[in-house]
Design a protein around this ligand. Sequence first.
Ligand SMILES: [Zn+2]
Length: 227
Amino acid sequence: MSADKEDDREDAGLRSALLDTLRAMGNARLNVGTAGNASVRLPGAAHATVRMLITPSGVPVERCRPEDMAVAEADGSYHGPLAPSSEWQLHRDIYAAFPAAGAVLHAHSPFATALACQRVEIPPFHYMIARFGGSTIRCAAYATFGTQALSDATVAALQDRSACLLANHGMVVFGRDLTHALALAIEFETLCEQYWRTLQLGAPVLLSAAEMAEVLERFRWYGKPRS
Ligand SMILES: [Zn+2]
């Protein structure tokens, strides 16, 4: 088989996996209608070049076909019948800034968005906050959707983290691949719901810096073979 044919076959698998992820985001009630988008990193021609497969702009998930997933280049050019998501810059810049990012999901999920509209940093009210890399989850400064300013604010909020809120907008999460990113997105929305619920009872008791440091250390080893 030629290298091109092998690339095509790999591409077809990723297109289906990306569409399946978008559907799963809908089934998990992270997305409704055309809100929300997802992408997966493609190997670049040069190591430093970001290329990705990304969901198209403005098409309801039930009408999306695998061939509608757009291949977007770092300069904004794309291949495919439909334009990439209006948030393609945000996805591109996350891949460029964070080598560990293999897939990026963006959603206007109800509980994350409710907290994002309060522009709060989520404090260490639960140890699972550490799953996202630190003892808090930040909220990126507000900027208009689809702009470079939103992308810059998001990359800043994601330093040493794999998720953040976007002020008056929603949330973004990245993982090593689509399966991992989807699991993290569902966990993140669940944590946002738990925080929202505990706020109904009053201010929660927060974990201390020492308690969170211990959890972060455990998460560093979690799922990795010990030598
Ligand atoms: Zn959005």
